[in-house]
Design a binder for this molecule. Structure first.
Ligand SMILES: *Cc1c(COP(=O)(O)O)cnc(C)c1O
Length: 230
């Protein structure tokens, strides 16, 4: 499939998932995850009018960002080491993987120094798998209280990764739990503004995630492909 065909195919599936769940198409944003492909392939993605680019490794993403002149809006979606924060701040507007207080403090420090802001999702390990990053659901409220005063980080919602399942329906409880957690946190009015966003759903499970309220889906394999675009 060409990139154009992939985009069309994904778009049809997103529209169908929105329709099934009575949601508006505009509520769902797509991050094209380009971590498997070259700078040239990433350039093609941008040229197709895709705005949001997702990457998970600074050492690969930053040379790409530079080669592409920072076109588009960049989302950091992987585990972020504190020592790498200085490299990603000012380039990545969104961090989907805020998973510890020390990272929040480092982001705040570096963003303040640069006079910029960063938009973040609190990563939650809903499934409890040991291999997954993220805070536990029961510590989310405290995390928000402890970061509420940080002026350069704007936490807009929650992010999770579901276990890889052969049957995408089995991921549904994980996505539903993230939405319920967001609503519970909003009921506590900890953040100045309510958390509106849910970053959840990848190539294998984005339709279920949309049905459960995803506002950002992160699509690599299905949308961009793995290896070079053909
Ligand atoms: C790689 C990655 C994705 C995209 O995965 P695909 O299954 O290829 O769509 C989404 N989110 C995160 C955090 C990732 O690391």
């Amino acid at each position: 499939m060409s990139l154009k065909e992939r985009i069309k195919h994904v778009e049809e599936r997103i529209e169908a998932a929105c329709e099934r769940s009575g949601r508006k198409r505009e509520e769902v944003h797509v991050v094209a995850v380009t971590k498997y492909v070259s700078t040239e392939a990433t350039r093609e993605v941008l040229a197709e009018g895709i705005e949001h680019i997702g990457e998970n490794r600074p050492q690969i993403a930053i040379p790409k960002w530079e080669a592409l002149g920072g076109q588009g809006t960049w989302h950091f979606i992987g585990h972020l080491q504190s020592k790498k924060v200085k490299d990603v701040i000012g380039k990545f507007q969104y961090i989907h993987s805020l998973d510890r207080l020390s990272l929040a403090l480092e982001l705040e420090k570096r963003a303040a120094a640069l006079g910029t802001n960063v938009t973040a999702f609190l990563q939650v390990n809903v499934s409890g798998e040991e291999s997954k990053q993220g805070i536990t659901p029961d510590t989310a409220a405290d995390f928000l209280r402890e970061t509420a005063e940080l002026k350069h980080i704007h936490i807009v919602g929650l992010m999770t990764m579901a276990p890889i399942e052969d049957d995408p329906g089995r991921t549904r409880p994980v996505f539903r739990r993230l939405r319920e957690l967001r609503d519970q946190l909003n009921a506590l009015s900890i953040t100045a503004e309510p958390l509106t966003e849910l970053s959840m759903g990848m190539s294998g499970d984005f339709e279920v995630a949309i049905e459960e309220g995803a506002t950002w889906v992160r699509l690599g394999t299905l949308l961009v492909g793995k290896g070079e675009l053909t």
